[in-house]
Design a protein around this ligand. Structure first.
Ligand code: ZN
Length: 238
């Protein structure tokens, strides 16, 4: 990895970078964010590409940005979970499922990545509180106006799950509950919270739970692991 970026990381994170690079047999690349990603938020991202022979991991940064160490670490933790811990990800089988599947992947990873990030970088807590507050504001209009009730429902359920799991003392939970009431999905939210609590230790079961709450069909997605062929998700626990 580029030494300027590497050197702003604490030793523990530098060791993770080395372990990931050893595992994939190449350096983690640094690349500018794509134009599309810049339009969608202009925040750093990590890209893991499997070309069948090897995995390539690239940290994508907004041009001329100077991200805080915890923001770089956040992206490295995403890569660590997939590559060193072998956490599964969903992949869409058909292009129209791409948006919802990538949202499920990102949010299900955040259930793991954000607490790990805050543990190492206490300043990340205030960052995520601000980020979630901005996210909360974006729901206000959607709950009132969005014609696509299904995607507002799904997005709000995931938002509720991530915020309640990773920042239990954030001051936006009451406002999330009000949106849930307005959409009449309080019982869905309670069921999801409860289902998550009983499977939170297993990424497979977490994906399985989210897939069920999103009412996806099994031919909408496949499950992928960093160094293994696709496999089915386990049946959900009753
Ligand atoms: Zn992330």
């Amino acid at each position: 990895m580029d030494t300027v970026i590497y050197n702003i990381l604490p030793t523990e994170m530098q060791q993770l970078v080395q372990q990931i690079e050893e595992r994939i047999g190449r350096e983690i690349g640094i690349r500018p964010l794509s134009d599309q990603a810049r339009r969608m938020g202009n925040v750093p991202a990590i890209q893991i590409e499997d070309n069948g022979r090897h995995l390539a991991v690239d940290l994508m940064l907004p041009p001329e940005s100077n991200p805080a160490p915890h923001i770089i670490a956040h992206e490295i933790l995403h890569a660590k979970h997939a590559i060193l811990d072998g956490a599964p990800m969903l992949q869409p089988k058909i292009p129209p499922m791409k948006i919802v599947i990538s949202a499920i992947n990102n949010d299900s990873e955040h259930l793991h990545v954000i607490p790990a990030e805050i543990m190492m970088f206490p300043e990340a807590k205030a960052f995520w509180e601000r980020d979630f507050t901005a996210g909360l504001h974006s729901f206000a209009d959607r709950v009132r106006n969005d014609r696509d009730r299904k995607s507002v429902r799904n997005d709000l359920l995931r938002f509720m799950l991530v915020t309640s799991a990773v920042l239990p003392d954030w001051n936006g939970h009451d406002a999330v509950d009000a949106h849930l009431r307005n959409l009449s999905i309080v019982s869905d939210a309670n069921n999801l919270r409860q289902a998550y609590a009983s499977v939170s230790g297993s990424k497979e079961q977490v994906l399985s739970t989210l897939v069920r709450f999103h009412r996806l069909r099994t031919d909408d997605y496949i499950v992928c692991y960093a160094f293994a062929p696709p496999a089915p998700l386990p049946a959900h626990k009753h």
